[in-house]
Design a protein around this ligand. Structure first.
Ligand code: 3PG
Length: 392
């Protein structure tokens, strides 16, 4: 049975009678980019509003749980406090509720008031969250009556606030999870030819994923710094460019993979005295490759496909090297394929190009979760929760 069928009667819009006048614990994924204690891209917050409005209209209280970043030290607590998100939501008046409060202490009792929203401090500040500690999960559960999981971007994590909490509360899934699964499921039975474009910096943590996805697609473009690791293994000179010392022999020479051949090179990433276009065969010892461009093979693959999934920019786009990504976005806008984009950096990029963004059929809020869903056709936290449902 597909995951969509398994979840069908667990989405909140099929439980309208149950979800009224309750204290709902809503796990969201507000792991948003933050710079100087300000939210830079609120896409994930905006995408949670559908579920929040649905629950508030039914006079529920909402206790929001989320992680932010990967805090390790005490200093990280200043950087990753969810108070930053709380302030952003308040300043922009995003919630249509009676009161919106911030909670640091999870040992308190929250009395039902109706249409109140609370945002709890970063769940990763509490010991045991990432180990799915059930004592912690129970503490989170004590804050409300029902658990709704709408944190699509975190569903590949079996953590206390994502999965363990379901041991203690009736559990349902939100409207964002529904929309994500509905759209991403279309990539599991794609209209062919199906093209996957993978970019970003790293290939080492994606090797298994790439191997697996190669069995599902008809062509794969590997761009970004990830393709430089492949070129390095093929003994090309990539100058002083970033690459990883990792064994890519498993995926090299797969005839479904298309690599870019033209690149933008500089001598200094932050302050270049030259910025030129070069073929991979002409890269000099002092060159640094900062962006991969589109060649005829890639262009043809994009225009010939009926389904396209894109994850990972072609270059160091946060430093302004985005020519290749713009070329991909432009070609996608010309293609009639069903087009899906996933991954934080790619979504940030496409959000900055309104004319191309509107031509994308679905923009996933997930990064790792989206890739894992395409690989495994399910997600670990969903499986954990479904298993509890069948054993309760
Ligand atoms: C993400 O941004 O991909 C999710 O929020 C998960 O974050 P994590 O990789 O730190 O668990």
């Amino acid at each position: 049975m597909s995951i969509l069928n398994k979840l069908n009667d667990l989405f909140i819009d099929s439980k309208t009678d149950l979800l009224v006048n309750k204290r709902i614990i809503l796990r969201v994924d507000y792991n948003v980019p933050i710079k100087n204690n300000k939210v830079v891209d609120p896409t994930r917050i905006i995408n949670s509003l559908k579920t929040i409005n649905f629950l508030i209209e039914k006079n529920n209280d909402i206790i929001l749980l989320t992680h932010l970043g990967r805090p390790k030290t005490e200093e990280d607590k200043l950087k990753y406090t969810t108070k930053t998100i709380f302030n952003f939501i308040k300043e922009n008046n995003l919630f249509n509720c009676n009161n919106f409060e911030f909670i640091e202490d999870i040992n308190i009792k929250i009395d039902y008031k109706g249409r109140n929203i609370y945002l709890v401090e970063n769940v990763r500040f509490f010991n045991g969250e990432t180990k799915n500690d059930l004592e912690l999960a129970k503490k989170f559960a004590n804050l409300g009556d029902i658990f709704v999981n709408d944190a699509f971007g975190s569903l590949h994590r079996v953590h206390s606030s994502v999965a363990g909490i379901s041991n203690y509360l009736p559990t349902y899934f939100g409207l964002l999870v529904k929309e994500e699964i509905l759209n991403l499921s279309k990539l599991l039975t794609p209209k062919r030819p199906y093209l996957i474009i993978l970019g970003g910096a790293k290939v080492s943590d994606k090797l298994n994923l790439i191997k697996n996805l190669l069995t599902k697609c008809d062509k794969m473009v590997i761009t970004g710094a990830a393709c430089l690791t492949l070129y390095k293994s093929l003994n090309f000179n990539i100058g002083k460019s970033f690459f990883e010392e990792t064994d890519v022999s498993n995926i090299l020479n797969n005839n479904l993979i298309i690599l870019p051949t033209e690149f933008i090179v500089v001598d200094n990433i932050d302050n270049p005295s030259y910025k030129i276009k070069k073929n991979i065969k002409d890269i000099g010892d002092n060159d640094i490759i900062v962006d991969a461009l589109i060649n005829e093979d890639i262009r043809k693959a994009i225009l010939d496909s009926n389904t396209i999934f894109w994850n990972g920019p072609s270059g160091i786009f946060e430093k302004g090297y985005n020519e290749g990504s713009i070329e991909i976005a432009k070609l996608l806008s010309e293609s009639n394929a069903f087009k899906v984009i996933g991954g934080g950096d790619t979504v940030n990029f496409i959000n900055s190009t309104v004319e191309y963004k509107n031509k994308i059929d679905f923009i996933s809020t997930g990064g790792g979760a989206t890739l894992e869903f395409l690989e495994k056709e399910t997600l670990d936290a969903i499986e954990y929760i479904l298993k509890l449902k069948t054993t309760i």
